[in-house]
Design a protein. Structure first.
Length: 131
């Protein structure tokens, strides 16, 4: 057997049992959907959305991610929130598909109301181009 073959055989002899033990130990936990969601989650939800932590599908759609229609379906009925002066302009940018450009989630320490001015500028420019 060549030197490369011996190294490969030794590597497999070590990795195979280690992988088998890891799989045997973690497989029961990995079969639960919540475990997969927690492993894939980029971070904790804000306090406003914390009640959704076990329901990724409430906001995320497969392949597409978060769509504006999903945000609007939940938040459009919050008339007090939507009619406040700082948020009233949302009606003018409807259909821009950019809720998540300004409202970043999965960063529990950051306010969802924080403004990304560069993203806002991009939205306004696109809105003006449509007008």
């Amino acid at each position: 057997m060549s030197r490369k073959g011996k190294i490969l055989a030794a590597l497999l002899a070590v990795l195979a049992p280690v992988s088998a033990v890891a799989l045997w130990t973690y497989l029961p936990q990995m079969q639960r959907a919540a475990t997969w969601q927690n492993m894939a989650s980029p971070g904790p939800l804000s306090s406003a959305h914390a009640f959704l932590k076990e329901d990724c599908a409430a906001c995320h759609t497969p392949v597409k991610g978060v769509e504006d229609a999903t945000c609007v379906a939940c938040h459009a009925n919050e008339t007090v929130l939507v009619q406040r002066q700082p948020t009233a302009f949302h009606a003018d940018i409807a259909g821009s598909n950019n809720c998540v450009a300004c409202h970043k989630e999965h960063d529990a320490g950051r306010s969802l109301r924080g403004m990304d001015h560069a993203a806002l500028t991009d939205i306004i420019v696109r809105w003006l181009d449509r007008a």
